[in-house]
Design a protein around this ligand. Structure first.
Ligand code: PEP
Ligand code: MN
Length: 355
């Protein structure tokens, strides 16, 4: 839609109309008492609205249609009966199905022993999917970057531990890919590829990951709005891969002084995103809170908000973890958390989106 200024001339309106025609779109002109508004009829997604906004006489130019049609709930009837749910299947696990799915494991894979011990613990606690970082996004170049930073052989070895731990304890596995060069290697070993918050905007990475055909755990950037998050998720779907699991993991806190949490868990994003898209939405309370004493309550709250599952960082001895020890919980605490979340879920039920 293009809104003209109140003093826009006939020539200026004419120029806008001419440019609209170049896109082979129809222009629906309504002349009000004060201004002219031009509606674009047809597929607006290829239109450069920023350019229209610079034309003389134009007050505002904006897309009315959604920029994320492929993953949009409204545009996609998922079955003949209009079933509103879309499930990402990983082995026999259904993400977005009837039961909440719990992904758990260490922030970073540190050794085979550490990983296997945690994998056994999270499995016993009720987790379905094993996580473990091998390429870690870190603020400081001097801190532990994950075993993957040691080179191709070290990365391959750590990935094979993750695969073996998953097989041994019967859990699919997920790990983050931080760059395009890691994608093929990681895809050889894991069931789900994670795109971390910091890489939410990396179009080339999204495209490359999508083309592996594997499910993608896609995390929201801490500064991204929901429309932006979904618009970038569309890059994955545009490659023909709709097995996308969205993950809310906290946005930047506001105000001066201590926020007392690492980020602010945006739980309203869960039902808000579910209204917009059919994709399953998970919550990561660990990176959002950044404190182990908040994980239990934020997990329950996330399930109450309708999240289809959680990703939680776990260590048998958080104090000895090389990364994110302050937010890790133990396998026993994970069990309490999962049990409570399942109780919450049995009361709330699986949220179905209704207007
Ligand atoms: C992670 O899950 O390991 C991680 C680094 O999370 P985020 O990208 O959300 O910060
Ligand atoms: Mn972490």
């Amino acid at each position: 839609m293009i809104i003209m200024k109140t003093d826009a001339t006939r020539e200026q309106i004419g120029r806008v109309m001419k440019e609209i025609k170049q896109y082979r779109l129809k222009a629906d002109v309504s002349k009000g008492a004060y201004r002219t508004v031009i509606g674009l009829v047809g597929d607006e997604t290829k239109v450069d609205f920023a350019h229209f906004a610079t034309l003389p006489g134009v007050k505002e130019a904006m897309m009315v249609e959604t920029p994320y049609k492929l993953i949009n709930r409204e545009y996609n009837k998922l079955s003949e009966t209009g079933e509103p749910r879309f499930v990402v299947k990983v082995g026999n696990i259904e993400i977005g199905g009837d039961e909440p799915i719990y992904m758990a494991g260490p922030c970073a894979v540190e050794s085979k022993e550490q990983l296997f011990r945690i994998a056994e613990g999270v499995k016993k606690a009720g987790a379905h999917i094993l996580r473990g970082g091998i390429f870690k996004p870190r603020t400081s170049v001097h801190s532990f970057q994950g075993l993957g930073a040691g080179g191709q052989e070290e990365a391959r070895e750590a990935l094979s531990w993750l695969r073996d731990a998953g097989n041994r304890f019967e859990m699919p596995v997920v790990t983050e890919v931080r760059g395009e060069t890691q994608v093929d290697l990681v895809a050889e070993y894991v069931d789900i590829l994670q795109i971390g918050a910091r890489n939410m905007y990396d179009q080339d990475l999204l495209t490359k990951v999508a083309n592996t055909g594997k499910p993608v755990l896609y995390k929201r950037h801490f500064g991204a709005g929901i429309e932006e998050f979904l618009s970038f998720a569309e890059y994955i779907a545009a490659e023909g891969n709709k097995n996308i699991i969205l993950c809310e993991r906290g946005i930047l806190p506001v105000g001066k002084g201590k926020s007392y949490t690492r980020y602010t868990l945006d739980l309203s994003a869960v039902p808000a995103i579910q209204k917009e898209t059919y994709l399953p939405v998970m919550v990561d309370p660990s990176h959002a809170a950044g404190r182990r004493d908040l994980i239990f309550s934020m997990s329950c709250a996330a399930i109450a908000a309708g999240a289809c599952g959680l990703m939680i960082e776990v260590h048998y001895n958080p104090a000895e973890a090389l990364v994110d020890g302050q937010q890790m919980i133990t396998p026993d605490e994970l069990k309490d958390t999962i049990d409570a979340c399942n109780r919450v879920h049995s009361v709330i039920g699986t949220k179905r989106n209704k207007d």
